[in-house]
Design a protein around this ligand. Structure first.
Ligand SMILES: O=C(CO)[C@@H](O)[C@H](O)[C@H](O)[C@H](O)COP(=O)(O)O
Ligand SMILES: [Zn+2]
Length: 197
């Protein structure tokens, strides 16, 4: 096994995925639209919820923390929760209702109309994310997909941010760019007066 060859190939593929993203004007516009959707929800006193499995669970809590704490500059916290972090809730729902209901149950209990739900799935086929999107839609909660090119999720949501790859790690590495850009635009649009000159 040639580690340096592996590193070069991985970096080449992740750069190619980002270049495809940059060349896709419609995708960039949808990312701007997703930020505008979050701004509208937050200005109306609503919140942004994130959910995903595995690496996407980590992305969910990373991005919710960015909203509540800070991203590029100091400003008031923004309401956001990751539905992936409370082990008591996750084990109770998983044990009593099944893993497929992990996120939809939390959306039903804690979501309100006008919130934004961001479902993150590289395959686009994680059932607990699909069910959470369906639950959100039934409650008037806006839905955003962070996905790849496959699965059911890309055709389900109000706004679809599809990383242009079919390979989980490159999709994930693009998703965290989506999330950082989303946080950065929301912060700028909502708190321009807090930005250091
Ligand atoms: O982080 C990784 C792979 O990079 C894994 O933990 C990965 O997130 C898990 O296999 C997830 O269960 C995949 O779910 P999904 O992205 O297909 O919805
Ligand atoms: Zn991973």
């Amino acid at each position: 096994m040639d580690s340096l060859k592996y590193i070069r190939e991985h970096m080449q593929k992740t750069i190619e995925t980002k270049q495809k993203m940059l060349a896709d004007e419609a995708l960039l516009q949808r990312l701007a639209d997703a930020a505008a959707l979050c701004v509208e929800a937050l200005k109306n006193g609503k919140k942004v919820m994130f959910a995903g499995n595995g690496g996407s669970a980590a992305d969910s809590q990373h991005l919710a923390a960015e909203f509540v704490s800070r991203f590029n500059f100091d400003r008031p916290g923004l309401p956001s929760i990751a539905l992936t972090t409370d082990t008591s809730m996750l084990t109770a729902i998983g044990n009593d209702y099944g893993f497929d209901k992990l996120f939809s149950r939390q959306v039903q209990a804690n979501g309100v109309a006008g919130d934004v739900f961001v479902g993150i799935s590289t395959s686009g086929n994680s059932v607990n994310i699909i069910k959470a999107v369906e639950q959100a839609q039934s409650m008037g909660i806006h839905t955003v997909a962070f996905c790849g090119t496959g699965g059911k999720l890309p055709s389900m949501c109000d706004i679809t941010l599809n990383a242009p790859s079919d390979c989980t790690p490159y999709i994930q590495e693009t998703h965290i760019s989506f999330g950082h850009i989303l946080c950065g635009i929301v912060e700028e649009l909502m708190f321009a007066e807090f930005k250091p000159q």
